[in-house]
Design a protein around this ligand. Structure first.
Ligand SMILES: *Cc1c(COP(=O)(O)O)cnc(C)c1O
Length: 410
C-alpha cells in the first residue's frame, strides 16, 4: 500500500492549513472552522489507475490512496460500499425524466450511508490510540458507529435525541453501545457529546467537526464516478441534514475527474425537508446560515443547526446545482414510489431525495431530457412506523374464501 497522501488540513473559514495532527476544527476559528483534508493527487494518480482498480476488491477501501488512513492500519471486517446502482425506468416515467437511477446505500452493513464514515472513524480512533469513540446522531450515524465499534472492539458512547426511532435505538443496544437518550433535540445531544469528548478524551465521530469522517462519505462519489463512467447522470440527488453527505460525495466526484477516471461531472441536487431547511434558506438568500426549527418525519435530516453547511453550499454551488425543500406528505409519496416503482425500500430521509427530484422536475430545474441518480441513503426498515403511515395498514380478514372475496371486491 502507498503511504498516506494527506498533505494538510485546510480551514473552510479562514483558509489556513495545518498538519494532520490537528485533531478537529481550526484552532483559530473554533467550531465553525471545519477542516478539509488535502491530498497529493499527483501521487495518488500514479497508483490509482483504471487497471489497478480493476484488480481491487469491490468495497470502498479500493480507493485507499484517497482515504485519510495510515497504510498499516488494520481495516474493519465489515463490507462497506460498492453499493448497487439500479436503473428505474418506471420511476423515470413517473418523474418525467429520461432516466432515473437509484444507488442503494441501505445495503451497507448497518443499513445506511453512514457506514462509509464510521468505518473510517474507527480506524482513526485506533490510530489516535483511543479506546472509546462517541457521537451524537439523529440515529443512523449512531447505529453505524455502534456496529463498527463492535466489529473492531472499541467502546462506543452514543447520544441520541429522545425521539430517535426504536429500530435505530435497537441497533445501538444490540451492538452493545452505551446509549444516552437526551431529553432534547439533536442540537442539544450534539452539544453534550462535544463537551463529553473534551472532558473524557473520547474520539469524536461527529462528522461535521471531524475532518476525516467526511472523507469516508466521499467514497459514494468515487463509486458513482466509477460505476457510471461514460454514462454520468446529469444530476445526483442527495438528502441533506448536516451537509456532510452531499459535500463528501461531491468531493469524491471531483477527485475522480482530477485523476482522469471520469470526464464529466453531474450537478448536485440537495434536498431538505420543509420543516428543517436552513441550508435551503442560506442558498436561496446567499446569506450565512441561520439555525431554524427541525420538524420532519425524515428524522435523519431533521437538523435545525447543520454544522457542515459551508461545505454543502460550496459543493452544490460549484457543481452548478441547486437546493429544494419538500414537505412531509411528498416524502411519504416518494417512499411509496421508490418501493413500488423502483423496488427499493428507503427510509423517509432517503426517499426525501427522490421527492426532491419530483419537485425539481415540476419546478423546471430538471428537464425531460435529464437523467438523475438518487441516493437511497438508508433502509426503510429503519423506521417501519412511518412506512406504515405511508401505506395504511394491511387488510385483516377471517380465514375463509368468502371474506377474502369481499375484502378484495372479487
Ligand atoms: C445522515 C443522513 C443523511 C444526510 O446526511 P448529512 O451529512 O447529515 O447531510 C441523509 N440520509 C440518511 C438516511 C442519513 O442517515
Amino acid at each position: 500500500m502507498p503511504p498516506s497522501l494527506i498533505t494538510g488540513l485546510r480551514c473552510v473559514v479562514c483558509g489556513r492549513t495545518y498538519g494532520p495532527d490537528v485533531l478537529f476544527t481550526c484552532p483559530s476559528c473554533g467550531v465553525e472552522g471545519i477542516l478539509d483534508v488535502e491530498i497529493d493527487y499527483d501521487r495518488a494518480a500514479r497508483t490509482l489507475t483504471r487497471d489497478a482498480l480493476a484488480a481491487r476488491p469491490l468495497d470502498h477501501w479500493r480507493y485507499r490512496e484517497l482515504l485519510p488512513i495510515a497504510p498499516e492500519s488494520p481495516l474493519p471486517p465489515l463490507h462497506v460500499g460498492w453499493t448497487p446502482i439500479y436503473d428505474a425506468p418506471r420511476l423515470a416515467r413517473a418523474t418525467g425524466l429520461r432516466r432515473v437511477l437509484l444507488k442503494d446505500d441501505g445495503r451497507n452493513p448497518t443499513a445506511s450511508f453512514k457506514d462509509r464514515a464510521s468505518s473510517v472513524g474507527v480506524v482513526k480512533a485506533r490510530e489516535f490510540a483511543r479506546d472509546t469513540i462517541a457521537c451524537a446522531s439523529t440515529g443512523n450515524a449512531a447505529s453505524s458507529l455502534a456496529g463498527f465499534a463492535a466489529a473492531v472492539g472499541l467502546k462506543a458512547v452514543i447520544f441520541v435525541p429522545e425521539r430517535a426511532p426504536d429500530p435505530k435505538v435497537a441497533q445501538l443496544l444490540i451492538f452493545g453501545a452505551t446509549v444516552v437518550k437526551v431529553a432534547g433535540d439533536y442540537a442539544q445531544a450534539w452539544e453534550l457529546c462535544q463537551q463529553a469528548c473534551a472532558r473524557w478524551g473520547w474520539y469524536n465521530r461527529n462528522c461535521a467537526v471531524n475532518p476525516y469522517l467526511i472523507e469516508g462519505k466521499k467514497t459514494a462519489g468515487l463509486e458513482i464516478a466509477e460505476q457510471c463512467r461514460d454514462a454520468m447522470p446529469d444530476w445526483v440527488a442527495f438528502s441533506v441534514g448536516d451537509g456532510c453527505t452531499i459535500a463528501g460525495t461531491w468531493k469524491g466526484l471531483k477527485e475522480m475527474k482530477r485523476l482522469g477516471l471520469v470526464d464529466r461531472l453531474p450537478r448536485m441536487l440537495g434536498v431538505q425537508a420543509q420543516g428543517a431547511q436552513p441550508i435551503v434558506e442560506a442558498f436561496r438568500t446567499r446569506r450565512p446560515l441561520v439555525p431554524g426549527p427541525a420538524h420532519s418525519i425524515a428524522d435523519s435530516i431533521s437538523v435545525g443547526h447543520p454544522r457542515n453547511w459551508r461545505k454543502a453550499l460550496a459543493a452544490v454551488t460549484e457543481s452548478g446545482g441547486t437546493f429544494v425543500a419538500v414537505p412531509d406528505d411528498r416524502i411519504l409519496d416518494a417512499m411509496r414510489a421508490c418501493a413500488r416503482l423502483g423496488g427499493v425500500f428507503g427510509e423517509p430521509a432517503a426517499a426525501a431525495a427522490l421527492a426532491g427530484v419530483f419537485a425539481a422536475r415540476e419546478n423546471g430545474t430538471l428537464t425531460a431530457g435529464d437523467s438523475a441518480l438518487v441516493a437511497i441513503t438508508g433502509n426503510g426498515l429503519k423506521d417501519v412506523r412511518t412506512a406504515i403511515e405511508a401505506t395504511g395498514p394491511a387488510l385483516t380478514i377471517k380465514p375463509d374464501l368468502a371474506a377474502l372475496a369481499e375484502a378484495l371486491s372479487l
